[in-house]
Write a protein that binds this ligand. Structure first.
Ligand SMILES: Nc1nc2c(ncn2[C@H]2C[C@H](O)[C@@H](COP(=O)(O)OP(=O)(O)OP(=O)(O)O)O2)c(=O)[nH]1
Length: 184
């Protein structure tokens, strides 16, 4: 399989591509999504991903195909982004505890011949987070750099009562949907 560029600084996205056997190099696209003033979650992740791709293409050519992505968590109609600090992480996680949570990931894959845009959602019904376990998670700092301070394969896993959608989407990259389009 041909090597692609992961236009992202995300450790999780790199781990997902590795898990699915996709050869890649990693380059930060260098786009600041904080500049976006968009309230709708789907529009936000799409324009954030588009901004990352545009920023990448201003710096690099398409000799290698490139993949950019963005992820947000929503609960009670609010967009829950990355927590600013432990207090913010507690607020964001408490909004998800015992609640229905949607995690939206958009990805744009671009080569010389094709452009794929995918926007997928994974919905969770979480049981209430156990207070001591939540405190331990907050102390762990594992929530840092994660949309919604959420780790569906980690802290949140034992609280999943119902799920509809891919775990990879919830972690930040719907790899299974990309695989059929990657150059062999
Ligand atoms: N391990 C883990 N990471 C998650 C989960 N949900 C979201 N994430 C990560 C994936 C992304 O790195 C991050 C979402 O933030 P962004 O979409 O803004 O990407 P990030 O700033 O990390 O990198 P990028 O903007 O692509 O350079 O949260 C999860 O359930 N588990």
């Amino acid at each position: 399989m041909q090597t692609i560029v992961l236009g992202s600084s995300s450790i999780t996205r790199a781990e997902l591509l590795t898990k699915f056997g996709v050869p890649f190099i990693q380059r930060d696209a260098g786009f600041d999504e904080e500049s976006l003033r968009i309230a709708d979650p789907a529009h936000f992740v799409y324009h954030a991903t588009k901004g990352k791709m545009q920023s990448y293409l201003e710096q690099y050519d398409l000799e290698m195909p490139v993949l950019c992505a963005d992820t947000v968590v929503t609960a009670n109609g609010q967009i829950l982004r990355k927590a600013k600090d432990k207090t913010d992480a507690k607020r964001i996680l408490e909004a998800q505890s015992g609640n229905t949570v949607s995690i939206l990931s958009c990805m744009i894959y671009k080569s010389k011949t094709i452009e794929l845009i995918d926007l997928s959602t994974t919905d969770y019904l979480f049981l209430p987070f156990e207070p001591k376990a939540l405190q331990d998670y907050l102390e762990s700092d594992e929530w840092k750099g994660k949309a919604g301070a959420c780790m569906v394969e980690g802290f949140c896993k034992s609280y999943i009562k119902e799920v509809v959608g891919l775990e990879s989407t919830a972690m930040g990259l719907s790899v299974e949907k990309l695989l059929p389009f990657l150059p062999q």
